[in-house]
Design a protein around this ligand. Structure first.
Ligand code: SF4
Length: 78
Protein backbone atom coordinates (compact mmCIF):
# COMPACT_ATOMS: atom_id res chain seq x y z
CA UNK A 1 0.00 0.00 0.00
CA UNK A 2 1.19 3.49 -0.83
CA UNK A 3 2.06 5.46 2.31
CA UNK A 4 3.17 9.06 2.75
CA UNK A 5 3.61 11.52 5.54
CA UNK A 6 2.44 15.04 4.87
CA UNK A 7 4.69 17.46 6.73
CA UNK A 8 3.66 21.05 7.45
CA UNK A 9 6.14 23.60 8.76
CA UNK A 10 3.35 25.75 10.09
CA UNK A 11 5.47 28.44 11.78
CA UNK A 12 6.53 29.73 8.37
CA UNK A 13 2.98 29.89 6.95
CA UNK A 14 2.19 33.27 5.40
CA UNK A 15 -1.58 32.66 5.49
CA UNK A 16 -2.13 32.89 1.74
CA UNK A 17 -4.92 30.30 1.85
CA UNK A 18 -3.83 28.41 -1.27
CA UNK A 19 -3.66 24.97 0.34
CA UNK A 20 -7.13 25.28 1.90
CA UNK A 21 -8.58 26.52 -1.40
CA UNK A 22 -7.02 23.71 -3.44
CA UNK A 23 -7.39 20.84 -1.00
CA UNK A 24 -10.12 21.64 1.57
CA UNK A 25 -10.57 17.99 2.58
CA UNK A 26 -7.15 18.16 4.19
CA UNK A 27 -6.42 21.85 4.79
CA UNK A 28 -8.23 24.61 6.64
CA UNK A 29 -7.35 28.04 7.99
CA UNK A 30 -7.27 28.16 11.80
CA UNK A 31 -8.51 30.88 14.15
CA UNK A 32 -5.15 32.67 13.87
CA UNK A 33 -5.33 32.71 10.08
CA UNK A 34 -2.67 30.05 9.61
CA UNK A 35 -3.12 26.90 7.58
CA UNK A 36 -3.84 23.75 9.55
CA UNK A 37 -3.53 20.21 8.26
CA UNK A 38 -6.65 18.43 9.47
CA UNK A 39 -6.13 15.41 11.74
CA UNK A 40 -2.41 16.15 11.99
CA UNK A 41 -0.30 16.06 15.13
CA UNK A 42 2.72 18.06 16.12
CA UNK A 43 6.15 16.44 15.79
CA UNK A 44 9.06 18.62 16.95
CA UNK A 45 9.17 21.58 14.53
CA UNK A 46 6.29 20.60 12.24
CA UNK A 47 2.85 19.00 12.01
CA UNK A 48 2.29 15.73 10.25
CA UNK A 49 -0.35 13.29 9.05
CA UNK A 50 -0.06 9.95 7.33
CA UNK A 51 -1.98 9.21 4.11
CA UNK A 52 -2.32 5.97 2.20
CA UNK A 53 -3.98 6.58 -1.13
CA UNK A 54 -2.77 7.85 -4.48
CA UNK A 55 -5.69 10.26 -4.63
CA UNK A 56 -4.72 11.83 -1.28
CA UNK A 57 -1.11 12.03 -2.38
CA UNK A 58 -2.01 13.76 -5.64
CA UNK A 59 -4.25 16.33 -3.98
CA UNK A 60 -1.69 17.17 -1.31
CA UNK A 61 1.03 17.34 -3.94
CA UNK A 62 -1.03 20.03 -5.65
CA UNK A 63 -1.29 21.95 -2.38
CA UNK A 64 2.45 21.57 -1.82
CA UNK A 65 3.23 22.92 -5.29
CA UNK A 66 0.91 25.88 -4.75
CA UNK A 67 2.45 26.86 -1.41
CA UNK A 68 4.52 30.01 -2.08
CA UNK A 69 6.89 29.38 0.81
CA UNK A 70 7.32 25.65 0.18
CA UNK A 71 6.45 24.45 3.69
CA UNK A 72 4.26 21.49 2.71
CA UNK A 73 6.31 18.34 2.08
CA UNK A 74 5.35 14.82 1.13
CA UNK A 75 7.61 12.10 2.43
CA UNK A 76 7.28 8.54 1.17
CA UNK A 77 7.20 5.86 3.87
CA UNK A 78 8.75 2.56 2.84
S1 SF4 B 1 -0.22 27.45 0.88
FE1 SF4 B 1 1.52 27.49 2.33
S2 SF4 B 1 1.69 29.62 2.98
FE2 SF4 B 1 -0.30 29.41 2.01
S3 SF4 B 1 -1.71 29.00 3.71
FE3 SF4 B 1 -1.05 27.01 2.92
S4 SF4 B 1 0.76 26.43 4.15
FE4 SF4 B 1 0.38 28.63 4.48
Amino acid sequence: MIKYNILHYKEDCISCGACAAICPDFWEMDEEGMAHLKESHKVEDHWERQINSEDSRARNQEAAEACPVNIIKLQKID
